[in-house]
Design a protein around this ligand. Structure first.
Ligand code: GAL
Length: 814
């Protein structure tokens, strides 16, 4: 994964240029309210009042997930991670506002608060929201007092929130204070579209909403200047309108960009517009907004086109959580997730199933990932809709924030208004009316992209719900068939594929005869043959897409394991199998990589198919099977080659080739030696492509565990309070062979300016706290996450493995 950092640097240069230009804009000032918060669980009386004594509350920085530190409840609901996320909580912080700012408008922008936040400024209710995943903002000018410290208090409540996974709790995304002139651009007030994109020019249409909150009427001039991907100023254009006090108007101009450098997944060129607002003659506001010049097109019979080039969507679904960090959003944790996914060949992300953190879209723009942007899972308590919610009003304001915030991102190619909503698919309880409402509001705020609803009930297509939206998006099992037959003019995307199950490093024998066969071991065998009844293995989706090229692509369930939804070891299966309620796991088995981002075998299967240009040779299982001597122990090779010869201790087990026309999907995409018998020693695969050897790989039976090694993904961090280093811990024998069964306990010490942000090992059954300083190796590996903190200096990390050496690494925080 190292190459990624190198490739990124050119893009980063522009990104930092953009940031730099933002800070120089004296007219508008953003302050992220990160440090200096106090937090308590519960609902103490008068907590909103300025004079309330919060001295005994916990000091925290925001983003913050108050439930992730647990403790896990062994008997708790595995579907939501066995973590205590239900409850109320309060946050308080002080905001200093200078007397000199007395003429400014003050906004608070919340990227996401779980859930039902009520915001108080100096004891007065300034506003509230419901849907915990959405961004919202408040104009708090009338509540603040300039020239003194203001007390911001935020009440959060997850009691009414419902979830099918671990949702997190509290102010889990960033909060910003924005100071602007009374005459200013609206929050998310720029709308940038490219109505014409030709090889030699593009028309860029920029509409800016300007608010006049002053008491004076005057002319408003908006000047738009386009910046090319290197930050050079191109063309400028201005427009003048007259605004009365309390009036708001859209000012629109169209500019031309010659020889546009398109935004593409391989080359994500980003342009920007500098918007300057003059009131009378005075420059009062200035903002830089990035955008991309690209065309997207779904076709009924030939998939998806980006810039007139067909792009097969190689996508993954990602939930919003970050494993041991919970829902607390750290940009670096997100960036790392995307890097790992990209290294496997991913070119698209679906944010299942809720509004994402805004930084995720910025990262997708910058890294060249298409974004399937979804707002809701269900239209019920999972969306924080209660019995008293006015659906129409709820839909409007939530879709408005969602679309206005995200519509300028070139990565966004599709909007989704919901996932697998039974009532909507069957038109029960005004289902189609609700669907129509949602789709219409999306179109109201963005007419440039298609809208979809994600479906799971094949027969429901007979109701023709697809007449309300643009694209057939279906989950699993080729369920799109009926819809496609009824409406062949619409393109098809597999919004959820696979749902293959496995535990990293764990194998069972014999191979399962049925995908749903699990043994009660509380783990799932990593031969990649298991899936729940409704789903399938990876190879099936590859095959369907090969055979039906009208399919635009797939979004695998899921890229990363996530907290909650531990199919097949949910409470229900535990009961059916008489395993006891504690057998239910706390996190999923669906991920291509585990909860801390360590690849499972399946990672290499996807990579071999999605990134055929890169050499992949991966052998499974590991070769430490003491006690299985002479027993059948199948060996698989995942490779981009087409054939391989397998050797056990130098003896050939024959050459196998992929069969590109087999209707047994695994034969097309994997090489399998199913009758190999185990003998300790070494397994070697020599791989061929088009008749020539492209490489070989050997794995060996490891001796006793004798050492651990630390591999930090980054040794230099920024002192911004948010930066992270993921330190992989791996066990080896004395000859440096990976020790695949090591389960030693690790003791971790972090000294210096950084801090221990979390630990984990990818075991869905582990109830070891994520925030403690101990973790066990799980099948030879574990992850330590170190945060850089706010101070510059050094951080020393030392890890002592039970019965093993102590190892150290040092991080520099700049
Ligand atoms: C789908 C659902 C996902 C997840 C998945 C597990 O039906 O949309 O959220 O639950 O099943 O296979």
């Amino acid at each position: 994964m190292k190459t990624i950092y190198r490739r990124k640097s050119a893009r980063l240069a522009f990104f930092f240029f953009m940031l730099a230009s933002m800070t120089t804009m004296a007219q508008r000032e953003y302050k992220t309210l990160q440090q200096g918060w106090k937090f308590t669980k519960g609902n103490p009386e008068n907590a909103e009042r300025p004079g309330f004594n919060d001295a005994t509350w916990e000091s925290v920085s925001v983003p913050h997930d108050w439930a992730i530190s647990g403790p896990f409840d062994p008997k708790g609901d595995g579907n939501t991670g066995k973590l205590p996320w239900k409850g109320e909580g309060w946050y308080r912080t002080g905001i200093d506002l200078a007397q000199a700012d007395a003429n400014k408008r003050i906004y608070l922008i919340f990227d996401g608060v779980m859930a039902f936040p009520k915001v108080y400024v100096n004891g007065k209710r300034a506003g509230s929201w419901d849907y915990g995943y959405n961004s919202f903002y408040l104009d708090v000018t009338d509540h603040v007092i300039f020239g003194q410290k203001n007390i911001l208090a935020v009440y959060t409540n997850t009691v009414e929130h419902d979830s099918r996974w671990y949702p997190g709790a509290g102010i889990y995304r960033k909060v910003q204070l924005l100071k602007v002139d009374p005459v200013h651009l609206g929050i998310w007030g720029n709308h940038i579209t490219t109505p014409i994109v030709k090889p030699h020019y593009a028309d860029v249409r920029i509409s800016s909403t300007v608010l006049n909150m002053s008491s004076r009427a005057d002319s408003i001039k908006v000047v738009q200047t386009i910046l090319d991907p290197k930050g050079n100023e191109l063309q400028s254009k201005e427009i003048i309108k007259y605004l009365n006090p309390k009036e708001e108007k859209n000012l629109e101009v169209t500019l031309k960009v010659l020889d546009p450098q398109r935004w593409h997944v391989e080359n994500p060129n980003l342009y920007a517009t500098k918007t300057q607002v003059f009131f009378g003659d005075k420059l009062v506001d200035e903002k830089v907004s990035t955008f991309g010049i690209r065309t997207t097109r779904f076709t009924a019979n030939d998939g998806f086109y980006l810039n007139d080039k067909r792009v097969q969507l190689k996508g993954v679904n990602l939930h919003h959580g970050h494993g041991p960090l919970g829902a607390a959003f750290h940009p670096r944790a997100m960036e790392r997730q995307l890097e790992i996914m990209k290294s496997m060949g991913v070119n698209a992300i679906r944010n299942s199933h809720n509004v994402a953190a805004p930084e995720l879209l910025e990262l997708c723009d910058r890294m060249g990932l298409l974004f399937f942007n979804e707002i809701f899972d269900k239209y019920d308590a999972k969306a924080d809709i209660t019995d008293t919610t006015n659906f129409e009003e709820f839909a409007h304001r939530n879709i408005k924030n969602f679309v206005l915030r995200d519509r300028n991102h070139p990565s966004v190619f599709l909007w989704s208004v919901g996932n697998e909503i039974g009532d909507v698919q069957w038109n029960i309880d005004n289902g189609f009316q609700k669907l129509h409402t949602m789709v219409n509001y999306v179109k109201k705020y963005d007419h440039t992209r298609p809208v979809t609803l994600v479906n799971d009930n094949m027969q429901s297509a007979s109701m023709r719900h697809f007449d309300y939206y643009d694209i057939h998006a279906w989950n699993y099992g080729r369920r799109f068939r009926l819809a496609r037959q009824m409406e062949p003019e619409k393109a098809v995307v597999i919004s959820e594929s696979a749902s293959t199950l496995s535990t990293r490093g764990f194998y069972e024998f014999p191979l399962p005869e049925d995908k749903t066969e699990v043994t009660g071991s509380l783990q799932v065998s990593s031969y990649d043959f298991n899936a729940p009844s409704w789903a399938e293995i990876a190879d099936d989706d590859f095959m369907w897409q090969q055979d039906e090229p009208y399919i635009a692509g797939e979004f695998v369930w899921t890229g990363f394991d996530y907290l909650g939804e531990p199919t097949p070891y949910t409470g229900m299966t535990a009961k059916e199998m008489n395993l006891g309620e504690e057998a239910a796991a706390r996190s999923s088995y669906f991920g291509i990589v585990d909860l801390v981002g360590i690849p499972k075998d399946r990672y290499y299967l996807y990579k071999s198919y999605w990134k055929p240009e890169e050499k992949t040779i991966h052998i499974l299982p590991h070769w430490n099977w003491e006690g299985r001597e002479g027993e059948v122990t199948p060996v698989f090779v995942y490779t981009n080659g087409d054939c391989a010869e397998l050797f056990i201790n130098g003896k050939s087990k024959g050459k196998q080739c992929k069969n590109p026309v087999s209707m047994n999907s695994t034969e097309r995409f994997r090489l399998m030696w199913k009758d190999v018998t185990y003998e300790p020693g070494e397994v070697k695969a020599v791989v061929y492509k088009d008749g020539a050897v492209i490489g070989e790989k050997t794995i060996k039976t490891a001796g006793e565990v004798s050492m651990i090694k630390l591999s930090p993904d980054r040794k230099t961090l920024m002192a911004n309070g948010m930066d992270l280093s993921y330190i992989l811990v791996e066990a080896f024998d004395k000859d440096s062979n990976p020790a695949p069964l090591a389960d030693n306990a690790l003791q971790i010490e972090v000294n210096g300016v950084g801090y221990l942000a979390g630990v984990g090992n990818g075991n869905p059954q582990s109830l070891t706290p994520f925030k403690g300083n101990t973790v066990n190796l799980f099948y030879g590996k574990a992850m330590i996450i170190v945060g850089g903190g706010f101070k510059k200096g050094l951080t020393n990390v030392s890890v002592r493995g039970q019965g093993l050496n102590e190892v150290k690494t040092q991080l520099e925080i700049q």
